[in-house]
Write a protein that binds this ligand. Structure first.
Ligand code: CP
Ligand code: NVA
Length: 308
């Protein structure tokens, strides 16, 4: 069974082949109408369940469109509307869904939910974001970096802000694909050291810096994300904003990186908080390509899972 649960659980050669496949599928579509089918229809006759226990725009729409372009059908399910949200176990839900659908994508809170779904499902399960990681996002981000700048191996990626789920998948990718990663943010919002240790154990140069301007020296890519994630309590908002304000990605910070450094954000963004509009809409930003590439990267992930 090929589940796509995390970047650190997927072999580097497999990650590489999915990223390259995504790029070739993107090229093959070559500006066609979004609703037109791909020449190949590898998901013909297949049914995909997309389960959301948290809000989503990109993940929901890109998976749905991707399945349809490949000839399959989708079912978008809200966790709250399922018996899952009313006491049925994850294991039982996984067993039942596996009798109806060929593939399950789930966006949930606890990683344990994802792992239990994968353990009891007899069809592949894809991680559409948990409190801990967001691997589909980073597949699109890696593809986007390479589309603009060539191989990411050996490059320096700097994350400025909260050491959250998206950062975790970036750190895992650094280890798997051989690039360097620097985290800059307040000590109270440091990432789980396990992710940094993973990257280090694979030979990446890993740094944690409190001074964002020091951190971005020599950066090829600067990445940030919301200061308050979906799983964070709203009561923490003011404190987080105060702590994270010095880590805002603005033109001054971008100017301290390499002149050809790119800017990425998984979106949704909070303009003038974690990033200024001048950067988001500026020449170094590749955020719209990054959002588009969710579609192509996930199509490659689904094909890999299904072996089609
Ligand atoms: N980046 C991302 O996962 O966006 P959504 O929350 O809109 O799916
Ligand atoms: N860190 C954010 C990512 C959203 C795509 C969250 O978990 O809310």
């Amino acid at each position: 069974m090929k589940h796509f649960l995390d970047i650190d659980k997927t072999a580097p050669t497999e990650l590489r082949s999915m990223i390259d496949h995504a790029q070739s599928m993107k090229s093959a579509r070559n500006g066609r109408p979004k609703g037109s089918p791909d020449d190949e229809q590898p998901l013909k006759g297949r049914m995909v369940a997309l389960i959301f226990e948290k809000p989503s725009t990109r993940t929901r729409v890109s998976f749905d469109v991707g399945v349809r372009q490949m000839g399959g059908q989708t079912m978008v399910l809200s966790g709250a509307d399922m018996q899952l949200g009313h006491g049925e176990t994850i294991a039982d839900t996984a067993r039942v869904l596996s009798r109806y659908v060929d593939l399950i994508m789930i966006r949930t809170f606890e990683e344990a939910t994802l792992l239990e779904m994968a353990e009891y499902a007899t069809v592949p399960v894809i991680n559409g974001l948990t409190n801990r990681t967001h691997p589909c996002q980073i597949m699109a981000d890696l593809m986007t970096y390479e589309e603009h700048r060539g191989p990411i191996a050996g490059r320096k990626v700097v994350w400025s802000g909260d050491g959250n789920n998206v950062f975790a998948s970036w750190a895992q990718a650094a280890g798997q694909l051989g690039f360097d990663i620097t985290f800059t943010g307040p000590p109270t919002l440091d990432p789980d050291p396990a992710h940094l240790d993973f990257a280090r154990s694979k030979g990446s140069r890993v740094q944690v810096k409190r001074d964002p301007f020091e951190a971005v020296k020599g950066a090829d890519l600067i990445v940030t994300d919301t200061w308050v994630s979906m799983h964070d309590p709203q009561s923490a908002k003011e404190r987080r904003h105060n702590q994270l304000r010095p880590y805002q990605v603005n033109e001054h910070l971008m100017a301290a990186a390499k002149p050809d450094a790119l800017f990425m954000h998984c979106l949704p963004a909070h303009r003038e908080d974690e990033v200024t509009s001048a950067v988001m809409d500026g020449p170094q930003s590749v955020i719209w390509d990054e959002a588009e590439n969710r579609l192509h990267a996930q199509k490659a992930v689904m094909r890999w899972c299904l072996g089609v």
